[in-house]
Every structure is written in structure tokens, then in C-alpha cells.
Design a protein around this ligand. Structure first.
Ligand SMILES: Cc1ncc(COP(=O)(O)O)c(C=O)c1O
Length: 408
């Protein structure tokens, strides 16, 4: 993804918020404390940046190229049965934080099987991938440490950097030499953080080169494999496995259970001493209720299914590459996918919005990314491949996207 070399500040890609009024508007004047929200809402509307929730029915007629259910497992009967059985057996909620009553034998089984599958010594399950990234970044750094963070990283890694109070240098996207330069001269604890597959454009990080830089500079490497697990590596074992980094003592990985595994939750994978440290220090682990048993049971069923059917992983990548080839052959500009995410460029934010709406009208759900949610100012459609899409569905999707494409 084209990036300007970011200043040594973390980018904030969330929508701009108006400055707080100098004096509190509430109180004796009679104005409400939240009256300023009306101006904030009006500013969003004027800028065309209003986001709204669109609850979907269970039997949506739309063909879904917008979700992250890469392997088509979220509604697989084995996975939903795994979730339902777990809820019946363990209860609807975990009943407490992991360190009190929220660790069931089911959580322990999921951790053991995930660690073994992905090739790491140990795993720790949290309530989301977001919480896993906060936990990993904050627990592995401290004020005075240096974090080198790729400019295209996910918001959860960025927020982890902010919470850590470490010094954070944002490195230009996918640039190991820039990471080397950022680490040079730093004496002390250092952590390089990167998405394995970038969530907006679907391109992969240069993991072997980053690992080599980390090795020579004595830095740890934290890889967010949210979009690689289930898709990359032998049988979907993930990007660190594919790069020969699984089980490396200086590498820690985070994954979400909400994409390829069709469930919910997050996991940190790494050396046992890292997991032990997280259990004792990571606030987003300690002060959070344990993952609901249904989510753990669904994820475990999905993991076992993936082990039995490893071809789902290769099919998801093949579907993504097929979509890319056909869309670019039709004259559209897209980023060559390294996993299951395909990013198709739109000429403007307005055109991207209209394009996505026209696809929806024609029966196809696609993602629409535009500023300020993207750091580089480029608007695009974000498509996701699924292993369970049929050739007829793919034909229909390509026809719709091409037929509704904006002119130059
Ligand atoms: C790269 C990346 N990291 C982390 C997350 C957060 O995972 P979760 O949705 O489980 O909180 C996401 C997705 O939402 C993601 O795309």
C-alpha cells in the first residue's frame, strides 16, 4: 500500500472529533452536557462521513464478499454445534475473569490445540483479537522501550502502542530497512509490530526480512496474524508458520478467532514465558471476563474441522487470486492478494460509496473503505474471498462489480 513515511507519531485514522468546548455547557444555563454532540453529528453529515449500523437478517439474500468468514465456517453445522454444546455444558457466559472463575477446561483445550496447530510453545485465549493485541504490546514493552510499528498496522496494534507509553516509531509500510534504521542506536527493550496480512489492502508483510532485522538488533517481533490464520501456511497454520518463524523464541503472534475460525475471541501465541508474563501483567487479560464458552467451543470445532479439511485454506487463497485476475483483466485496479482480502481502487470516496451501494442493490455485499478510515487517502472496495463460494457465485460477483464500476 503506498504510504508516506509517517512522522514519528501514530496515525489516528478515526474520524475527527471537534475540540471540547472551553466551558461546560450544562448546569445553570440549562444546556445539556452532551449538546456538543449535535454539532459533531452535523460536521460528520456535512463531510459525508456518517456511519450507520445495518442489522442483517439471518437469511440475507446478499452474496457476502464483505465479511471475514474466509473458510465459510461461521454457520457450518459442526461449528454451530460445537458452540451450542459448549453453552449447554459450560453456561452462556464464562462467569468471571480468567484468573477467577473464567478459565474452563474448554479454554485450556483450545489453547493447547491452537498452540500445537500453529507451532508455538503456548497460547493464551482472550475475549477478542483487539484485547489480544493490547495485551501483547503493553506486556512486552514499557515506558522507555522502543516500538517500531508498520504504518499500515491495524488500529488494535496502534492502540496497544499508545497504551504502552513506550516510544513508538512508525515505519513506512513493509520496509525492513526502515525498521532497521529505526532500531539503530536504541539501547534497551525493543519490539517490532506488524500485521502479517494487512487488513485494508490484503498484502503480506515481509516477515523473514523483518525477523532477520529483529535478530540482528535484539528486538522482539510481534506478528498480528488475524488474516493469515486458516489461510496461509501448511493447512492454514498461519503466516509465521509459512515464514519459518513459528516457535521462534523471539517471535510472538496474535490471532483472532473471528475470521477463519468463524467464531469470536483472540489469542496470543508464543514462548511459555511470554504467556506466563501476560497472565500476570496484561490488563486486557486480567480485567476482562473470560471468553464465552460458546465462542471457545465454536472455535475449537472450527479448528478441528480445518485440520481435517486443509484444502479450505488453499481454496480461499485461490478464490482471492481468481477474483483479482478477473477484475484486473476487466480493467479495474486492485492489489494482488497474498491471502483472502482483495482491495479494488475507487476514484474517489463518493464513487466508492456509490459503487458499494450499487453492488448491494444488485445483491452483492462488499466493504467500502475511504478516508479517514484509511491512512493513505485512497478509497477502495474491500472484497473478501471465501473457500465455500461456488464458481457461479464468483461469476455473479465479478459481473456485478464490473457492471457497477464507476467511470474514470
Ligand atoms: C489485523 C487485525 N487485527 C486485529 C483485529 C481484531 O480482532 P477482533 O475482531 O477479534 O477483535 C482485526 C479485526 O477486526 C484485524 O483485522
Amino acid at each position: 500500500m503506498p504510504q508516506d513515511p509517517a512522522p514519528p507519531l501514530l496515525r489516528d485514522t478515526s474520524p475527527a472529533r471537534p475540540a471540547a468546548p472551553a466551558a461546560a455547557p450544562g448546569g445553570p444555563s440549562g444546556a445539556g452536557a452532551f449538546d456538543w454532540l449535535d454539532a459533531a453529528g452535523a460536521a460528520r453529515r456535512d463531510a459525508g462521513l456518517v456511519r450507520t449500523l445495518r442489522p442483517r437478517p439471518a437469511d440475507s439474500p446478499l452474496l457476502d464478499l464483505a465479511g471475514n468468514d474466509y473458510l465459510g465456517l461461521a454457520r457450518h453445522p459442526e461449528v454451530t454445534r460445537g458452540a451450542a454444546d459448549a453453552a449447554h455444558h459450560w453456561g452462556a457466559g464464562a462467569t468471571g475473569s480468567r484468573l477467577v472463575t473464567g478459565s474452563t477446561e474448554l479454554h485450556a483445550r483450545l489453547e493447547a490445540e491452537l498452540a500445537e496447530f500453529c507451532g508455538f510453545e503456548a497460547a493464551l485465549v482472550l475475549s477478542s483479537g483487539y484485547a489480544a493485541n493490547l495485551a501483547a504490546v503493553t506486556a512486552l514493552t514499557a515506558p522507555g522501550a522502543l516500538i517500531v510499528s508498520d504504518a499500515g498496522n491495524h488500529a488494535s496494534l496502534i492502540d496497544g502502542c499508545r497504551l504502552s507509553r513506550a516510544r513508538t516509531e512508525v515505519a513506512p509500510h513493509a520496509d525492513p530497512e526502515a525498521v532497521r534504521a529505526a532500531l539503530t542506536g536504541h539501547d534497551g527493550r525493543a519490539l517490532v509490530v506488524t500485521d502479517a496480512v494487512f487488513s485494508v489492502d490484503g498484502d503480506a508483510a515481509p516477515l523473514p526480512a523483518l525477523a532477520e532485522v529483529c535478530r540482528t538488533r535484539g528486538a522482539g517481533l510481534l506478528i498480528d496474524d488475524a488474516h493469515g490464520l486458516g489461510v496461509l501456511g501448511e493447512g492454514g497454520r498461519g503466516a509465521p508458520w509459512a515464514a519459518g518463524l513459528a516457535g521462534d523464541g523471539d517471535v510472538v503472534t496474535t490471532v483472532t478467532l473471528s475470521k477463519s475460525l468463524g467464531s469470536q475471541g483472540g489469542v496470543v501465541l508464543g514462548p511459555a514465558r511470554v504467556v506466563e508474563h501476560l497472565v500476570n501483567t496484561a490488563r486486557s487479560f486480567i480485567f476482562d471476563t473470560g471468553l464465552a464458552p460458546a465462542a471457545a467451543g465454536g472455535a475449537l470445532a472450527a479448528l478441528r474441522l480445518l485440520r481435517r479439511e486443509p484444502r479450505r485454506a488453499t481454496r480461499a487463497v485461490a478464490v482471492a487470486q481468481g477474483l483479482y485476475e478477473r477484475l484486473t483483466a476487466a480493467g479495474l485496479t486492485a492489489v494482488r492478494p497474498d491471502a483472502a482480502v482483495i482491495s479494488v481502487r475507487a476514484p474517489s470516496p463518493e464513487a466508492a460509496l456509490r459503487w458499494a451501494a450499487d453492488c448491494r442493490t444488485a445483491g452483492l455485499a462488499v466493504g467500502c473503505f475511504r478516508p479517514p478510515s484509511v491512512p493513505d487517502g485512497i478509497s477502495r472496495l474491500r472484497l473478501t474471498a471465501r473457500a465455500d463460494l461456488t464458481d457461479d457465485q464468483l461469476d455473479a460477483a465479478v459481473r456485478t462489480i464490473v457492471a457497477t464500476a464507476p467511470g474514470d
